[in-house]
Design a binder for this molecule. Structure first.
Ligand SMILES: Cc1cc2nc3c(=O)[nH]c(=O)nc-3n(C[C@H](O)[C@H](O)[C@H](O)COP(=O)(O)O)c2cc1C
Length: 339
């Protein structure tokens, strides 16, 4: 199934929404012999269309990732209590945050319509498994469908739904977990073990993600049975990365000594560099996606622009010390050098 992407190195540049993934990163990853993936999450349909146009012009294989709706409804009273606390933080930036929960689907149906109208080689989903009718429609359009999963049980569900491949994500991965059950604590199972468990139980190719930051780690995961390694955090400082300067600087700040799982920024578990916002608000934050994302988003944007990392979601996996300022192609080729 991966063969059609003509990869000479089994490395996938993870889709990273919120800025880091750019069309240039996608093209560079594919040109290096790996596979690049656009990130459609949070973007308008028009913005996705514009990025597709740029990558299509290169005439190369690529994938695109969508957030599939799997709402985590927020309790309205808990939302208002948390919003009142976070508003105090926003006051110092002169911002007014949404007082009531905003729920939406991130234009899921519109994005699917776009990808059916003008099909792409690969579509991947995270957060939820889309309806089988959506999966089948994409497959009829010759699109390979990939589902992000975090446990053997989720892998079985994705297989049942009819997807072609799995993106298997470990708890050490940077950014949001693709867990289908965001309120349930994530299990710290090593990626190598997860790959062995899932490949033994489910007959689908596995793209393995989470904490892969060295050539040895990539070799180990391929030996464990993964069809390819997916890397995100190691690309955050790449030449083609669109991660904010504030985010990139935090990754090399010696004072940032650990990553933690947090739902304080978005109401869904995600891994990032520990900062003051997480320390102060993790215990107060309700689960609730996308409402908590929409609540804190204006604050995070303003803080990133103002160079205040303690109010920014500094998404990073445990391998962040290996993120280097180099071309994407060099990073990917080095990661494949032990194979
Ligand atoms: C900044 C950032 C943004 C991310 N955004 C997305 C996304 O939009 N969709 C998605 O499926 N995964 C997203 N991820 C998770 C990656 O796809 C991947 O699972 C993860 O980066 C792998 O772990 P690593 O960061 O340790 O390499 C993101 C990760 C990071 C670091």
């Amino acid at each position: 199934m991966l063969a059609q992407f003509e990869m000479s190195i089994p490395l996938v540049a993870a889709p990273m929404s919120g800025g880091p993934t750019t069309p240039a990163m996608v093209s560079a990853a594919t040109a290096a012999g790996g596979l690049g993936m656009l990130a459609a999450g949070y973007k308008t349909v028009e913005a996705v269309e514009a990025e597709l146009k740029i990558v299509r012009a290169e005439g190369i294989p690529f994938g695109i990732n969508l957030f599939a709706p799997n709402p985590v409804p927020v309790d309205p009273d808990s939302y208002r209590a948390y919003a009142a606390i976070i508003q105090q933080e926003a006051d110092r930036f002169g911002l007014v945050l949404p007082a009531d929960p905003i729920e939406d689907t991130d234009w899921f149906d519109e994005k699917i319509a776009l990808l059916l109208d003008d099909p792409v080689p690969m579509v991947s989903f995270t957060f939820g498994i889309p309806p089988s009718s959506v999966i089948a429609a994409l497959q009829r359009a010759d699109t390979v469908v990939v589902q992000t999963v975090t446990t053997p049980d989720e892998a079985a569900q994705a297989d049942q739904a009819g997807v072609d491949m799995l993106a298997l994500q470990a708890v050490v991965a940077g950014g949001h977990s693709g867990t289908l059950s965001p309120r349930r604590p994530l299990q710290p199972v090593p990626l190598v073990d997860l790959v062995r468990q899932v490949t033994a139980a489910v007959p689908l190719p596995v793209l393995a993600a989470g904490g892969l930051a060295t050539p040895d780690a990539v070799s180990d995961i391929i030996r464990a049975g993964a069809a390819a390694a997916v890397v995100g955090t190691v690309l955050l400082r790449a030449t083609e990365s669109g991660a904010s300067a504030t985010h990139q600087a935090a990754l090399t700040d010696p004072a940032r000594t650990e990553t933690v799982l947090t739902h304080a920024f978005t109401g869904r578990p995600a891994r990032g560099l520990r900062n003051t916002f997480i320390d102060n608000h993790e215990a107060q934050a309700p689960f609730g996606y996308p409402a908590i994302h929409h609540l804190t988003s204006p604050l995070r944007k303003a803080a990133a622009a103002a160079g205040k990392p303690d109010y920014v979601h500094l998404w990073a996996g445990t391998g962040y010390r290996h993120a280097t300022a180099e071309p994407t192609a060099d990073i990917l080729r080095r990661l494949a050098s032990g194979l």
